[in-house]
Design a protein around this ligand. Structure first.
Ligand SMILES: [Zn+2]
Ligand SMILES: [Zn+2]
Length: 146
């Protein structure tokens, strides 16, 4: 899934902005990560194609994309990772031992959000969460299986 197949040019236009060549280069560099990618990795890829783009501009542009919900970020292991948002929200289960990561559907999490709303009156709007724990392989290794 890339920003081309998702027609980000149109989605940015619909929100009243333009996909400038600079913004497109930055989206490309996020896409090339093929999933979660750190700002250092994005910056490294960007340097090869557009060395004139500064780290400050990259931060600003990523914030801009996050505000438009075109890019999502998450804190994983003390690092911020970025990723192309896709059409529907998704979340992650992440193994704190080996780093294995799987996608989980938003529907599962929405049930929990609905409960929060019913119980506490809060509407939750998190669209990209990382749940850390132990994956099945690491659990077996640790002898923590049942
Ligand atoms: Zn993600
Ligand atoms: Zn693991």
């Amino acid at each position: 899934m890339t920003h081309h197949t998702l027609d980000y040019a149109r989605r940015i236009r619909e929100q009243g902005y333009r996909l400038t060549p600079q913004r497109e280069l930055i989206l490309d560099a996020v896409c090339e990560g093929g999933g979660h990618t750190t700002i250092d990795e994005i910056y490294g890829r960007l340097q090869k194609k557009a060395p004139a783009i500064s780290l400050a501009t990259l931060y600003r542009t990523l914030d801009f994309f996050c505000e438009l919900h075109l890019v999502v970020s998450a804190e994983i292991d003390g690092q911020t990772v970025y990723e192309i948002a896709g059409l529907t929200p998704h979340h992650h289960l992440i193994c704190r031992e080996c780093g294995a990561s799987i996608h989980i559907d938003h529907e599962l999490v929405q049930e929990l959000f609905d409960k929060f709303q019913a119980e506490y009156g809060y509407t939750i709007d998190m669209d990209h969460m990382a749940f850390t724990g132990l994956c099945p392989a690491c659990r077996a290794k640790a002898g923590a299986g049942e």
